[in-house]
Design a protein around this ligand. Structure first.
Ligand SMILES: C[S@@+](CC[C@H](N)C(=O)[O-])C[C@H]1O[C@@H](n2cnc3c(N)ncnc32)[C@H](O)[C@@H]1O
Length: 267
């Protein structure tokens, strides 16, 4: 289960190898603050609050009236609880069930950051759309399916194939590329306000880097979390095998690709 996988990495999640989450967040928050800095008493929901970093940034820069965070992982929620003001509503439930907790047309801003991997866009976007007030904003941050792909099709091909990485990337709701992210929002009637494609070169210099990226970023949690039949022992065997196979390949250069879009429900 994805929730258990994130429970296991909750303590190290904020170490954020290469700072990819921090930079994505900085850009998304910049887009939001640019349009909402003068607004008062905003009602905000984060559909996958994780360790609470994005709501934390918004509390510091915007006037929030209510803030609600959903997550399926109690470990991640515990970290968010320690970081966010106590008036924050933290709800242990899937973003698929947000409408059980929030009234229609009640939100000024909905955050959907690194969630599409786990929920189909139609589930997330239809619910978010109904929850937004007319004129409310939707902030999307998502890895694209192209992210890091050249790694697996290049020097990593054999190892990637062995670990089933390509098939894993294609699973879930992540859009193919940045243009698909934008189209997806438009299909749900969301107007695009700002968009940004964050591409960042990353270098794996040793297996320690691979391990840090895979576990601290949550990728391993995603990868193995989607295969509940796999036992931890298998996880470690696969990583040990990858370590041996990858030894001659370093340094391995790849490009991470993250799509960051701010949209708006028409007034
Ligand atoms: C990569 S983390 C992103 C966390 C946060 N949004 C951020 O930007 O740092 C993915 C989060 O999604 C949560 N998650 C996975 N499936 C979910 C679901 N169906 N509903 C709500 N949260 C979910 C995980 O538990 C994890 O905390």
């Amino acid at each position: 289960m994805v929730s258990h996988a994130y429970d296991r990495i909750a303590d190290s999640y904020d170490e954020d190898w290469c700072g990819l989450y921090a930079e994505s967040r900085r850009r998304a928050v910049g887009q939001i603050v640019a349009v909402l800095s003068d607004a008062l008493d905003l009602d905000v929901a984060d559909l996958a609050v994780g360790t609470g970093n994005t709501l934390d940034a918004l509390y510091r820069r915007l006037s929030l009236c209510t803030a609600t965070g959903f997550d399926v992982s109690t470990g991640m929620l515990r970290k968010a609880f320690g970081k966010l003001p106590k008036r924050t509503r933290l709800i242990h439930d899937s973003a698929a069930n947000v409408e059980d907790h929030l009234a229609p047309a009640s939100l000024d801003l909905v955050l959907c950051h690194f969630l599409l991997r786990y929920l189909e866009p139609q589930v997330v976007l239809s619910r978010a759309y109904r929850l937004l007030k007319p004129g409310g904003y939707f902030s999307l941050v998502t890895s694209t399916q192209r992210s890091l792909l050249e790694t697996y099709t290049g020097r990593f091909e054999k190892t990637g194939r062995l670990l089933g990485v390509r098939a894993q990337i294609a699973k879930g709701g992540n859009p193919l590329d940045h243009a698909s992210s934008i189209e997806m929002l438009q299909q749900y009637g969301i107007e695009i306000i700002t968009d940004n494609l964050y591409r960042e070169g990353v270098t794996f210099r040793s297996f320690d880097d691979v391990r840090a990226w895979a576990f601290e970023s949550g990728w391993a949690a995603e990868f193995f979390g989607q295969r509940p039949s796999l036992r931890t022992g298998f996880t470690w065997t696969a990583f040990a095998l990858a370590e041996v196979l990858m030894r001659p390949l370093y340094p391995v250069h790849a490009t991470s690709e993250i799509s960051i879009v701010l949209g708006r429900k028409p007034s």
